[in-house]
Design a protein around this ligand. Structure first.
Ligand code: DP6
Length: 327
């Protein structure tokens, strides 16, 4: 017996960050988050349950998956097998049309696509909350990629994570913003998000302060995001990213995701803003800088950031749709 399904998902970029877990086993976030799902990059994942396979087989961008990626995928597949009663191994082919694990949220799109493809291949028709739980077993930011546009993922209080379900605040066509991404380094990051946030939780003296601030940031950010008020949201987005990095920088030993070019891009953002251009930066667990701006200013931002010495590539993104399933 062979059952197969394909799903396509896009990365999302957090405007208010998830950094820290309240339950490691269930991969529940210690902070709620707000994100924008992108349109120009995607992950396509096909899952096939096959009787004739000796064990699960995972190919990521044409190569056998690393042990770490493998373990995450198996967690999601095992959960799908529990829900569906299927006991056969699965074959997973997943392709990103952008660099994997370089601070560009490939795990979010990959795990969202996997949750949908695997559950459909198993014949399940799951509600959003159950899909979110599945995607979260792969990556905490992945439930946000299930939906398009401006997305809120509450931290939730439920021990099982039943209230940690993403909500769309505005679909992509309602969000008049762009995101300009300046790539400042190649290759995978030195410390992945999972280890980075755990190290921060265990050793940063500012971790509790980060959790408090993050809760306040999210509360205000939700008001501004609902109103699509970029001038009010932008400064919060920037401050929240710097607070996350400050907390990580204070860990022992320090966790620093930035390189020299990251700092040069930050300088350029400040110079341009002083000149009157509207745009606010955010940085994830990697060296790249992303600028949130009015859509009509994205070209100007892209040209200016491309001129910063050391910037490898600049990409303009607009808000995109949630996960899409195919037979
Ligand atoms: C800095 O979702 O990659 O991008 O749940 O451990 O897989 P795990 O972490 P992951 O963390 C994302 C961290 C971030 C901020 C964010 O996307 O909210």
């Amino acid at each position: 017996m062979t059952r197969s399904a394909l799903a396509v998902a896009r990365p999302n970029i957090a405007l208010i960050k998830y950094w820290g877990k309240r339950d490691r086993d269930r991969n529940l976030p210690a902070t709620g988050s707000l994100s924008l799902t992108l349109s120009g990059m995607s992950t396509r994942t096909r899952v096939t349950f096959r009787d004739d396979l000796p064990q699960d087989h995972l190919v990521l961008d044409g190569q056998l998956a690393s042990p770490e990626a493998h373990a995450r995928v198996i967690r999601v597949l095992d959960q799908v097998r529990r829900l569906s009663g299927i006991t056969t191994p699965a074959e997973v082919f997943s392709d990103n049309d952008f660099p994997t694990a370089a601070g560009l949220a490939s795990s979010a799109s990959g795990m969202a696509a996997l949750a949908v493809a695997a559950s459909r291949a198993a014949g399940l028709d799951l509600d959003l909350g159950t899909l979110a739980g599945l995607a979260r077993m792969g990556s905490g930011s992945a439930p946000r990629s299930l939906l398009g546009g401006l997305v809120w993922l509450p931290r939730g209080e439920d021990p099982e994570g039943l209230d940690c379900v993403p909500q769309c605040l505005h679909p992509p066509e309602e969000v008049p913003w762009g995101l300009v991404m300046a790539w400042t380094g190649r290759g995978p990051k030195a410390v992945g998000s999972t280890d980075g946030m755990e190290h921060t939780r265990l050793s940063s003296p500012y971790y509790d302060a980060w959790l408090d601030q993050s809760r306040r940031d999210l509360e205000q950010a939700l008001v501004h995001a609902r109103a699509l008020d970029l001038s009010a949201l932008g400064p919060l987005v920037e401050a929240n990213a710097f607070a996350m990095h400050a907390c990580a920088l204070a860990a022992r030993p320090p966790l620093r995701y930035w390189n020299g070019t990251t700092l040069a891009v930050m300088d350029q953002v400040l110079v341009l803003r002083r000149s009157g251009l509207r745009g606010w930066m955010t940085i994830d667990a990697g060296p790249h800088v992303k600028v949130l701006c009015p859509r009509e200013d994205a070209e100007t931002w892209a040209e200016a950031l491309a001129r910063v010495p050391g910037v490898l590539e600049v990409r303009q993104e607009v808000p995109g749709p949630g996960v899409e399933a195919a037979p």
